[in-house]
Design a protein around this ligand. Structure first.
Ligand code: ADP
Ligand code: ZN
Ligand code: MG
Length: 483
C-alpha cells in the first residue's frame, strides 16, 4: 500500500477526558473521609471496600459540586439522571464494578473558552458525570508483593468530557488550565495534579487538512501535568502522521504515556478493550434535581474567571496579559482588589504583584494564600512612591524588607532612613560635585554625546545612596550641563 504524499498537511483532532477529585468531606457513597494522605486503609468501611449486602447512599454535596461545575461550564443540567455500573475487575476496585454514570449524566452540552496562540477558541463539553474513584495499587519497593490502599476507593470524582474540538497540544494544555482555574474558583477541586486530584486521558487522531471525517483515535492514559499533556500529544501526533505517510493504518488503541522516555507505548488494542457491560445501578434511585435548587446553586456561583478578567480589563484598564495572570487564581484576584480598595493604583499594584511579589513567593514555593504581606501594606508603599517620599528604585529595597519582616512601608523607610531627597539644595550640591569631578565627561557631553546624562545621574545617585529624587536630578543636570 502506498503512503499518503509526504507533503500533505495534517491536522490533529483532540478530545480530553478530565477526572477531578471533589473537595467533599466524605466519599461518594459512604461516610468515610475523602481526605488525601492518611495511613493506608484507615479511611474505609464496608461500603467502600465492597462487602456484600451493603447499600450506597449518594453524597448530596458531590451532586451539588458537579452541578456547580456544569453551570460554570455552560452545561444543561439534567432533570433526570442516574448512576450506572461499569463492570471490570482489578484489585483496586473490590466491588468488581465502579459506580459511574452512563447514558444519563447529570450535565451535558456545555463549553469553555480558551485563548491559545492569541486566538480565542470555544471547546465544547460533551458531558460531566459523577463517579467514584478506585483505590491504589502499590507495586514498587515491596519485593514480590503488591499492596492495595483503599483510602481513595469511593472518593467522589467528576469526569469532564470534551468534544473533539481541540486542534493543537497548546490548546489542550490551555483548556486543561482553564478547567483547573474554574474548578478552583468554584472550590470543588483543589486541582493538585501532583497528588492526582486532577488528571487527564487525551484522545487524539490526525486527518488530512480540510477533511471532515475524523481519523482513528488513540487514547493516552496517565497524564498528570500541563507539560505532559503537550509533550504526549506532540509525540503521538508525530507518530501518527509518520505512520500514515509510510502507508500504515492507525489502530484504535489505548497507549500509556511514559514521561521517562517522552514516548507512548501500546497498552491494549480495541479488540482487547474492556467490555464494561454498563447497566443502571439498581442500588441507587435516579436523581431528580429540583429546578429551584439548581437555581439556588446558580445564584451561589462566584464571579467566574472570564467575567473577572473582562472586568479587570474594562474596569481597571489593565492590559489583557495582566488581567489574565491576576485572575488565574481567585485568591490572587482578591489580593489585587484588596490593594485597590486600600488606595493603590491598579497598574502599579499589578506591576508589583506580577514582579517582586510573585518572584519572592515563587522563591519560597509559596502561593498568594501564604503571602506574609497584606494587600493594604502594598497599597501604603505605592502611596509613598506616588507622594514622592520614596523613589521607585528605593521602593524595591523597601518592598523586600517589608516582605522579609512584615513591617509596614513607613516603618521600613523611617528605620532605614530611605526617605527620598527632594530638597533642591542637597540635590544641587550633589549635581555640582558630579559635574566638577568629571570634566572629561562634561566635555564629551557638550560635544554631543548626550547618552552621558545617564552617567551623571548615576554619579548623583551613588553620592546620595540612591535617595535623590530622580526627576529633580535629571532636570538639574540638564539645566547645568546645558543639554
Ligand atoms: P469512547 O467510546 O472510546 O469512550 P468517546 O466517543 O466517548 O470515545 O470519546 C471519548 C473522548 O475522545 C472525547 O473527549 C471525544 O471528544 C474524543 N474523541 C472521540 N473521537 C475522536 C477522534 N476521532 N479523534 C480525537 N478525539 C476523539
Ligand atoms: Zn467507606
Ligand atoms: Mg466514552
Amino acid at each position: 500500500m502506498h503512503g499518503l504524499p509526504v507533503n500533505m498537511k495534517y491536522e490533529a483532532v483532540i478530545g480530553l477526558e478530565v477526572h477531578a477529585q471533589m473537595l467533599t468531606e466524605s466519599k461518594m457513597f459512604c461516610g468515610c473521609s475523602a481526605r488525601f494522605g492518611a495511613e493506608p486503609n484507615s479511611q474505609t468501611c464496608e461500603i467502600c471496600i465492597g462487602m456484600p449486602g451493603v447499600l450506597p447512599v449518594m453524597n448530596k454535596k458531590a451532586l451539588e459540586f458537579t452541578i456547580r461545575t456544569g453551570l460554570a461550564m455552560n452545561c444543561t443540567i439534567s432533570a433526570y439522571s442516574r448512576f450506572a455500573r461499569k463492570n471490570y475487575f482489578y484489585p483496586d476496585l473490590p466491588k468488581g464494578y465502579q459506580i459511574s454514570q452512563y447514558e444519563l449524566p447529570i450535565c451535558g452540552h456545555g463549553h469553555v473558552d480558551v485563548i491559545a496562540g492569541g486566538r480565542k477558541r470555544r471547546i465544547g463539553i460533551t458531558r460531566i458525570h459523577m463517579e467514584e474513584d478506585a483505590g491504589k495499587n502499590i507495586h514498587e519497593g515491596r519485593g514480590n508483593y503488591s499492596f492495595v490502599d483503599l483510602n481513595r476507593a469511593g472518593v467522589p470524582l467528576m469526569e469532564i468530557v470534551s468534544e473533539p474540538d481541540i486542534r493543537t497540544p497548546v490548546e489542550a494544555s490551555e483548556y486543561m488550565r482553564k478547567l483547573r482555574t474554574i474548578l478552583r474558583y468554584l472550590g470543588v477541586c483543589d486541582g493538585n495534579m501532583e497528588q492526582g486530584s486532577l488528571r487527564c486521558d487525551a484522545n487524539v487522531s490526525v486527518r488530512p487538512e480540510g477533511r471532515r471525517e475524523l481519523g482513528v483515535k488513540v487514547e493516552m492514559k496517565n497524564i498528570n501535568s500541563f507539560r505532559y499533556v503537550e509533550k504526549a500529544l506532540e509525540y503521538e501526533i508525530g507518530r501518527q502522521i509518520k505512520a500514515l505517510q509510510e502507508g500504515e493504518k492507525i489502530v484504535q488503541e489505548t497507549r500509556l504515556w511514559d514521561p521517562a522516555t517522552a514516548t507512548t507505548q501500546s497498552m491494549r488494542s480495541k479488540e482487547e478493550a474492556h467490555d464494561y457491560r454498563y447497566f443502571p445501578e439498581p442500588d441507587l434511585v435516579p436523581i431528580m434535581a429540583h429546578c429551584k435548587w439548581i437555581d439556588a446553586v446558580k445564584d451561589g456561583l462566584p464571579e467566574l474567571p472570564d467575567a473577572k478578567r473582562e472586568r479587570f480589563v474594562s474596569g481597571y484598564e489593565l492590559p489583557e496579559y495582566d488581567a489574565d495572570l491576576l485572575t488565574s487564581e481567585r485568591a490572587m484576584a482578591d489580593w489585587f482588589e484588596g490593594a485597590i480598595r486600600a488606595g493603590a493604583g491598579p497598574k502599579a499594584a499589578a506591576n508589583w504583584m506580577m514582579g517582586e511579589l510573585m518572584r519572592f513567593l515563587n522563591e519560597e514555593n509559596k502561593t498568594i494564600e501564604g503571602c506574609p504581606l497584606k494587600p493594604s501594606q502594598l497599597a501604603e508603599m505605592i502611596k509613598l512612591i506616588d507622594k514622592g517620599t520614596i523613589s521607585g528604585k528605593i521602593a524595591k529595597t523597601v518592598f523586600e524588607e517589608m516582605y522579609r519582616t512584615g513591617k509596614d512601608a513607613e516603618t521600613v523607610v523611617k528605620e532605614k532612613g530611605l526617605v527620598q531627597i527632594s530638597d533642591s539644595g542637597a540635590i544641587e550640591k550633589a549635581v555640582d560635585e558630579a559635574i566638577a569631578g568629571n570634566p572629561k565627561e562634561v566635555e564629551r557631553f557638550k560635544a554631543g554625546d548626550e547618552k552621558l546624562i545617564g552617567f551623571f545621574v548615576g554619579q548623583v545617585m551613588k553620592a546620595t545612596k540612591g535617595k535623590a529624587n530622580p526627576q529633580m536630578v535629571n532636570e538639574l543636570l540638564k539645566k547645568k550641563l546645558g543639554g
